[in-house]
Design a binder for this molecule. Structure first.
Ligand code: ADP
Length: 579
């Protein structure tokens, strides 16, 4: 008995793969959450740094611009002491055109009167500072002998501006002051508004005066430090830092709203002045940036999860298929083994049967070979010792010949069966008349039938078709069948040979009214060495080879042989030959 093998457990595999997938997805999600926190910090930091960098770029740009202008004015002032008055205008034009960004350059003589400058249309000619009580900065530059820069103030032309006052000395002799005006709108146009960034930008000076605000929350020139004290302390804190000249960032809430803003600020140091530029952006910009990273992350986790689930499903599918094919293979191998076991069992049974047949055969052959010897020996001895008359002598000799024939038949049968088994049985076929063959066999068996008083009758059509056959072998077939019919039919019985012809075949019946064959033995009687009664005490002689030889010869002629029989009523052997 082969145990039923089941390979793997599909449900278990499925469960295992689902658990692994879930674990991997959970790990990715956990990692994603931790990464989120890092990303939040990194993005926030990056954004802050970026804003700070932007404010620095602006402040550095403005600082360089203003310092450059100042140096240019100082160089001009230096030159003027050596320049004849009629060439001064050329020097002014040179500076004006080579150093863009200056609104006007003027020369104020030692008495505080504007005597010339460029461009002409911007010059209030003969304007006397002392008359307008505006000479204090002029005097400061003169007395300290160094450039002085004013705080931003409202220009007569409108808008805020700053002035650079650079004294002109010829040796120790004061000749006047070069005054340059720079409009703040020029600075913002160049450095603050040209920037494409959407941020709010404002500049404030060290006293809290707003110099520029692109968001229009403050008016240029307003001082916001006081006003913000109560309304927006956070913004005021930032402004204070800016007014101190610090660089950094700060958060505040816009007006009365809860909109959080980030301000990155950087100082502008210009000689005696300190300004500060701030870049303001809503915190929601950073949040949107972080959110967009989150969305990408969630998408990535979703995609990875989907991929893992797909992978898991494919593995499950593969495992299931693999399992099924293995189970199928095992099942087919098991059934193969069961079949071959069955075959082995049958072969074994057959071998045992053959073994029994062989031992039966040995005892039967020795019996059959010995049986004729006794009458032969008795008759021969009788003939040697006596001198019987002719009739008796003939009878004795006939007895000897019959027994010799019996032994010869026995030996021939054994030779035939061994030829059949080795495939060496040869047929010399020629066209033969069936009735001639049958009559020949009857003739051979005539003596035996007469002895047993059994009548052999025939019913064979005269024009029966000719058959391509080995005559001697077919005669042997009918001799075997007749011999059995006579043997197994009691004295006084009948044996009949009948032939029928149809379109396709010829059938020959050898019928007796003898002892018949039990139904359960019918299948076996064509097996070699088989005899229904194989005991040594059996009534009928024989080798058990006759029908096996007969069947082989009939099949060798393309025919078949079968038997129908009823015990105690008789048997009929039916031979069919195709035409
Ligand atoms: P045997 O030499 O014993 O006759 P066979 O092969 O010719 O061997 O026949 C096998 C057995 O078939 C016989 O021993 C007998 O038992 C049975 N048999 C054959 N022909 C007949 C028949 N006409 N009537 C009854 N039994 C028969």
């Amino acid at each position: 008995m082969i145990p039923k093998i089941t390979l793997g457990n599909n449900k278990y595999n499925l469960f295992l793969v689902i658990i692994i997938c879930a674990l991997i997805i959970a790990l990715i999600t956990l990692y994603g959450i931790r990464l989120n926190e890092d990303i939040h910090d990194i993005v926030q930091d990056q954004f802050t740094q970026q804003q700070l960098l932007l404010s620095k770029q602006m402040s550095t740009g403005i600082e360089e611009f203003l310092n450059q202008k100042t140096i240019n004015i100082e160089i001009l002032a230096d030159h003027l002491s050596d320049t004849p008055p009629d060439e001064m205008i050329i020097e002014f034009m040179n500076v004006y055109y080579h150093s863009p960004g200056i609104y006007v350059i003027e020369f104020i003589n030692e008495s505080g009167v504007i005597t010339m400058g460029y461009p002409l249309e911007n010059i209030p000619d003969k304007y006397d500072l002392y008359e307008h009580d505006q000479a204090n900065v002029f005097e400061k530059a003169r007395d300290e002998k160094k450039t002085y820069i004013t705080r931003p103030f409202l220009l007569m032309e409108g808008g805020l501006g700053v002035t650079i006052w650079s004294p002109v000395y010829n040796g120790s002799e004061f000749e006047g002051v070069v005054l340059a005006i720079i409009k703040l709108s020029d600075i913002s146009d160049r450095f603050l508004q040209t920037c494409d960034s959407p941020e709010d930008i404002y500049t404030v000076d060290e006293f809290g005066t707003i110099l520029y605000d692109n968001a229009d929350r403050f008016q240029a020139g307003d001082n916001v430090a006081e006003a913000l004290n109560e309304t927006n302390p956070l913004l005021l804190q930032i402004l204070n830092e800016q007014m101190n000249g610090s660089e950094g960032i700060g958060y505040y809430f816009e007006g009365n709203t809860s909109e959080k803003k980030l301000a990155a600020y950087s100082p502008i140091r210009w000689r005696n002045l300190l300004w500060s530029v701030a870049v303001v952006s809503p915190q929601s910009d950073v949040d949107a940036l972080i959110y967009s990273v989150y969305v990408k992350q969630v998408r990535f986790i979703g995609l990875s999860g989907g991929f893992i689930v797909l992978l898991g499903l494919s593995i499950i599918l593969l495992l299931t298929r693999w399992n099924k094919s293995l189970e199928f293979e095992v099942a087919s191998k098991t059934s193969e083994i069961t079949k071959s076991n069955e075959l082995l069992k049958r072969a074994n049974k057959k071998l045992m049967e053959l073994d029994k047949l062989k031992s039966d055969f040995v005892s039967m052959v020795s019996h059959e070979l010995k049986t004729p010897l006794t009458p032969m020996k008795t008759s021969a001895e009788f003939l040697l010792q006596n001198d019987p008359d002719l009739n008796v002598r003939r009878e004795m000799l006939e007895l000897i010949v019959r027994n010799i024939d019996r032994q010869t038949r026995m030996v021939n049968d054994m030779l035939d069966i061994s030829r059949i088994e080795s495939g060496n049985m040869r047929f010399r076929k020629e066209m033969q008349d069936m009735d001639e063959i049958i009559n020949s066999a009857i003739e051979t068996m005539k003596k035996q039938s007469e002895d047993k008083k059994i009548n052999i009758t025939t019913d064979i059509p005269t024009d029966l078709f000719k058959i391509n056959a080995d005559k001697d072998k077919l005669i042997q077939v009918f001799i075997n069948l007749l011999s059995n019919a006579l043997k197994f039919t009691p004295s006084g019985g009948n044996v009949e040979i009948k032939a029928n012809e149809s379109e396709k075949y010829v059938e020959v019946y050898v019928k007796d009214d003898g002892i018949g064959i039990p139904p359960d033995k019918i299948d076996k009687i064509f097996n070699k060495f088989y005899q229904i009664d194989s005991t040594s005490a059996r009534l009928y002689g024989g080798s058990g080879l006759g029908l096996a030889i007969t069947k082989s010869i009939v099949e060798g002629h393309g025919g078949t042989i079968r038997v129908e029989s009823t015990p105690d009523e008789g048997s009929v052997f039916i031979l069919t030959f195709l035409k």
